[in-house]
Write a protein that binds this ligand. Sequence first.
Ligand code: NAP
Length: 458
Amino acid sequence: MAIATVNPSTGKTEMVIEAHTPAQVQERIGEAAAAAKALCRTTYAQRAGWMRAAADLLDDESANLGRLITVEMGKPLAQAIAEVAKSARAMRFYADNAESFLADVPLEDPAEVGASRAWTRYEPLGVVLAVMPWNYPLWQVIRFAAPALMAGNAGLLKHASNVPQAAIFLDTLFERAGFPKGSFRTLLIGGAEVGAVIADPRVKAVTLTGSEPAGRSVAAIAGDHIKKTVLELGGSDPFIVLPSADIQQAAATAVRARINNNGQSCIAGKRFIVHAEVYDAFAAEFARRMSELRVGDPLLPGTEVGPLATESGRRELIELVEDAQAKGATILAGGTVPDGDGWFYPPTVIADLPCDARLVQEEAFGPVACLYRAHDNEHALRLANQTTFGLSSAVWTNDPQEQDYFIAHLEAGAVFVNGMTVSYQELPFGGIKRSGFGRELAAVGQREFCNLKTVWAV
Ligand code: NAP
């Protein structure tokens, strides 16, 4: 894939970027390795100062950065600016908390293990490679970089090929804020070049956020070289609505859960599983709200849904909807590709999906919602757990026993009750099954790329 900014609203190529040569890649890995040595000798206070300065840069440059994100991947401008603010908050969060998250933990009774002192400490691993997607071009990278750098690691970024300007911005951000040269470096390379970087002995670990095939490939190479991996892959999250829920509120939230980021979010509600008693009421309200959304130029205020980020992404979505239609599904809203430039796709609601429709198992990465009618709670749970994914989930009910039942039995990395899944810096984030392994965010996300060293001493 060419490394280029192609405006998804127009289909016009705005900028083509030269990929780094193998020699440039080597030089950048070398800079990161040198920075990692320097960083592990710095104090938390020093790193926190630089991290806060980097957050200030994001705040100062938020308007331009937001526009850049929207032009590269098409999300509505207000959402792009909110992404910048969220990233800055996470940087300050790790600046404030890294030292306590990574503090030594003494064993209460060292005599039990024959020691006079015993404790665990967290140490940085060195250079960590991040392979990142385009859907949150800033947030996905910062939620890796802020904890990793605050722990004393250095970062290398292989960003998605369609967001090179975001990648270039990130290349200099941390150095501009005061971090040692090379603490964070972007590699402008394609997916095929990633294996050699993982294999490089100077690179100690890798994290990937993206699709299942990319995750499989990266994890296989990392496994071959016995290197730590975190995988944040796809999702097809269930959003379950039961009779005791506030149906109006559930439908309004379901729309936001599905169309945020133009429907291109791993933790979007994608499968709406509704109890038969309230199915018709929910379906009518949900379809009405979805069809009333304002689709258009993401730079214009008031636009709620912009284009899909790539032409190939829209083609895949069209194929999934056509497959469902051909197999007998019913379209309750949207479903027709508009004429004109750009990769727009209307908010779409599909019901009556037969078991063999691809949408039953595959992720719809765009504003397409699948509706399922559940006969009872057990059926709702079976439908929710029937995919190979296990990222997050939502359940709407005011019955405490039903809440406990779904919290206990949903196969997912998270359950949100009477709400929609959102990533919070304070809460661990990640999936099970084919949604990946490992966690990001909170304290546990920062510890993923540390050596937990046990110390025993007499
Ligand atoms: P993608 O095609 O897998 O790309 C993600 C990153 O991996 C890009 O940098 C891409 O580079 C690179 N890549 C692709 N194939 C590779 C390979 N064989 N070896 C090494 N690197 C490779 O995914 P996407 O289409 O950008 O993103 C959408 C997917 O990401 C969805 O499935 C979504 O659910 C998932 N996602 C998950 C989370 C989460 O936290 N769980 C968050 C956001 C998105 P190129 O661009 O150069 O191909």
